[in-house]
Design a protein around this ligand. Sequence first.
Ligand SMILES: *Cc1c(COP(=O)(O)O)cnc(C)c1O
Length: 425
Amino acid sequence: MKKETIATHYGYNQKNDIGAMAVPIYLTTAFDFGTSERAADRFCLKDLGPIYSRLTNPTVDVLESRLAKLEGGSAALAVSSGQAATFTAIINLAGAGDNIIVAEKVYGGTATLTMHSLKRFGIEARLFDSENPQNLRDLIDEKTKCIFFETISNPQISIANIDEIVKIAKEFNIVTIADNTVATPILYNPLKDGVDVVVHSASKYISGQGLSIAGAVVASKELNQKLKANPRYEHFNTPDESYHGLVYADLVDSFDIFILRAKFGILRDFGMTLSPFNAFQLIQGLETLSIRVKKHSKNAKKVAKFLQNHPKVKRVIYPALKEQNGYDIVKSKFKDGMASGLLAFELEDFESAKKVSNKVEIFSVVVNIGDTKSIITHPASTTHSQLSKEELENSGISQGLIRLSIGLENAKDLIKDLEQALEEI
Ligand SMILES: *Cc1c(COP(=O)(O)O)cnc(C)c1O
């Protein structure tokens, strides 16, 4: 099945229901087991029917199976936010005393989660350059539990050298986690290139219209074998006291053990559950994801070309354009060389950037991406205003940098809007 068909049909057959064409919203907390025997079977995973909506829900199930299939994975877990997805994927591998290796250029929330909050739980984050990952080997030791990076980073729009990262991770038998939020499963499938786990902020392109906060974790078909008998991941290979001494690695023939543990261990205890109502909205989003992402990318390319030729613009960052960093990777791996709706450009200084973001009319001043409506952000005066000049430079964000999330409006109108705003400086 091709992606457009998966996104509109997979995991739900209305003929088995009462015929409802839209996936029904099962807005219920609990499920009637009928008998105590069936209840017992569900708890010991003999019967995979729903138990309680913190763990399993039929509407959420449809979303999970569609996402897993779209990413070419074995199973998926939907959670309440992209942050929850990153957190779940990491703590499913690492605990106190362990370390994780994280790309320098990542989403702000991922940086604070890994460098500050997880540190308080005894997990150390070590940083690497995902464009030039050669020094990764020096950072790895026997306590290293995962390597985390973004395929297209937000907000820097840096393209990871995925093949090199995967190659090094394989040498050490370490799990790789790729945040594929910006690329979406339409442009790129990291699992097909040997990545082990994909995480998404589904709040962005998957939701698509800026309606829901949600996240997802998808595991590869090969991950079971990587975890089984791997001394790095003892907790998958020894009895889990919290689940009647269950050994996850014993179940590799019947379950995706990474997602099983994420659901029946982490979701059970931490409770970052996705609401069935939001799952329903994301299912609607998935149905149009492919046409939207293509249009976002086409529009962004037109805007990027306009900006490239504008005398007041110092630099444009859009990796679908020739001679840009990451262009070769985008061209060879991403669908038709497309690079999403995310682009950035640099003006002379802080004041000019601020002026332009105040002058645009169609673009909204919002900290979000992936909406149908175009968005403008000036990181130095907003999202990153707490950082010193030096910290800003280290994170790849200059005073005059503007980030755009190009929406689904007509590109000519967007260009006109930027043109009149640029006249102000
Ligand atoms: C937004 C975002 C997140 C966090 O997602 P939320 O759904 O807002 O929690 C993580 N990674 C990337 C790349 C993002 O853009």
